[in-house]
Write a protein that binds this ligand. Structure first.
Ligand code: GRF
Length: 222
């Protein structure tokens, strides 16, 4: 008998290219998961259309329909629980989630962030890397905890900053690597190889990592 596939929910606010990369990896047989739902806080998010095209159920919650952030997040997690998802991927979900509301999902929830965390938490990461004169930029996939962009980092992709890069060029070049990084990390989770070891360490195959895994030539290495 084949093992049941991991049931995954995805939240996205925008165009959804990272969601698309996950769907492509699944369709290629490289990612043994089922996407049970895609949720958004934006009715016009491209991610919702991509999900519908792939036959994945969707929902939207609008902030203005809720009295508080906490009420929004409680309803969000009620929907995610109801979907039967075991793991939650934030793929460009542009809302801060209430720490108490997300606590039952700690260890089962990952986010992709476009910087080499702990550098540049929050927004405008490409511009901040350029303004700092950094030679290197990148993306991180981390476990989500109550601290914004602060949970333990699982894996990173690194790129060189080139002369002539501007925010848009750098973001676009990094995106190609994000599309390899996120499916690679989710695959490790689906294979049961990754764990969050409280309070802030990551274990691979039962062994604590001293540093995030690195994406090299399309594969994650220690
Ligand atoms: C990505 O750059 C991701 O790192 C960040 O938001 C962006 C989402 O892009 N969290 P997309 O919607 O997946 O195309």
């Amino acid at each position: 008998m084949t093992a049941p596939r991991l049931r995954v929910a995805v939240l996205a606010s925008g165009r959804g290219s990272n969601l698309q990369a996950l769907i492509v990896a699944r369709d290629a047989g490289a990612l043994p998961v089922d996407f049970v739902v895609v949720g958004s806080d934006k009715t016009n998010a491209g991610a919702l259309q991509l999900a519908k095209d792939a036959g994945i159920p969707t929902f939207t919650l609008k902030a203005k329909d809720f009295a508080s952030r906490r009420d929004f997040d409680l309803e969000l997690f009620r929907r995610l629980d109801a979907s039967g998802a075991q793991v939650l991927v934030l793929a460009g979900f542009m809302r801060i989630i209430d720490g108490e509301a997300l606590s039952p999902w700690v260890g089962r929830m990952i986010n992709i962030h476009p910087s080499l965390l702990p550098k540049y938490r929050g927004l405008h990461t490409h511009q901040r890397a350029l303004e700092a004169g950094d030679e290197e930029h990148g993306a991180s996939v981390h476990y989500v905890t109550a601290e914004l962009d602060g949970g333990p980092v699982i894996a990173q992709a690194r790129i060189s900053i080139r002369a002539g890069d501007d925010e848009a060029i750098l973001a676009q070049r990094l995106l190609t690597f994000e599309h390899q990084l996120l499916p690679s990390v989710l695959k490790l989770i689906a294979e049961g190889r990754l764990a969050l070891v409280a309070p802030n360490r990551v274990a691979l195959d039962g062994k604590l990592l001293d540093a995030p895994l690195q994406l090299r030539h399309g594969s994650l290495v220690d």
